[in-house]
Design a protein around this ligand. Sequence first.
Ligand code: IPM
Ligand code: MG
Length: 370
Amino acid sequence: MTYKVLVLKGDGIGPEVVGEALQVLRVVTREAAVDIEFKEGVAGGHALDLHGSPLPDNVLAQARDADAILLGAVGGPKWDDPRAEKRPEQALLTLRKELGLFANVRPVRGFRELAGSSPLKPEIINNVDLVVIRELTGGIYYGRPSERREGKNGREAIDTCIYTEAEITRVLRYAFELARERRKRLTSVDKANILATSRLWREIAMALSAEFKDVNFENQLVDSMSMHLIRRPRDFDVVVTENMFGDILTDEASVLAGSMGLLPSASLGEDLNSAGFRVGLYEPIHGSAPDIAGRDEANPLAAILSGAMLLEHSLGLKAEAELILQAVEAVVRDGYRTRDLGGGSGARLIGCKAMGRTVRERIESLQPGA
Ligand code: IPM
Ligand code: MG
């Protein structure tokens, strides 16, 4: 059996961190029962420069054909003109929508050794272990109309937030099921005191909670949730929310882990791939960090951990995914740090390539038969 993985390195530090993740995936699956064929495609600003489109048609076709996609990051100041019609970020939005990747899974776990890299107090973030499920193919990101126009009093602009019952139900159901496998706590985040979409969301969530009686369910408003998340993060297990609230809350949640450079994500659809698992797109939650691109300073751990999520969720290679996790934990425990993770006593400051290599060496020493 050969599985197809499409690799979209993207812009900025994307190629550097994905390059390391790819090598890790090769090493960890060397003895696996399946073969993985990695194919490269272009996406984002890089694709815009080369082909005039952030996601050329043939790359979208490759994505549809793949069992999973690994992506670096897209965007950068070069393509930031607010009046530009084509933007790198459209590559991501199109992939998410066209592949139906409605559930964005963003796990946040604090490494005890890295508590010092967070501006939050260690006693608040130690042992944090939560997952944010962000709805990814609806809401204000996709609602129409979304445009700028001439109004009676000059220029105006409009965006539309719209959700259907089916869109809300499937992501909530995914979150309830995940909570059931974890610590059985689910927090649904909305703005039901103001928004109609949120009131529909809450109504459906309440109805589903009757079906999942074993899950301890609560609703939170997004504004107070943004405060609870950094004041008492250990109280949360699974958090589910709509597209834009999830975008904002997950950047906030990344502070709990010490660095954005540590957080992987999976975007999953309903369709199954040739391996019988969910089709998925895997990417670090950090951006393209153009300021440090090409300097071998980026932290490849989020990309490497995204690779682990890919193995687990789309290819069913749980043991291999676990091995990557163990290796990353060991490397962090041993004091290896990229610049974003800060120094501290006993830290060994290394670059992107060396971090990738150190993780691979650790995998080799952990591999059965080593
Ligand atoms: C994210 C990013 C994207 C988003 C951008 C790059 C389009 O911020 O994945 O969180 O807003 O969804
Ligand atoms: Mg974001």
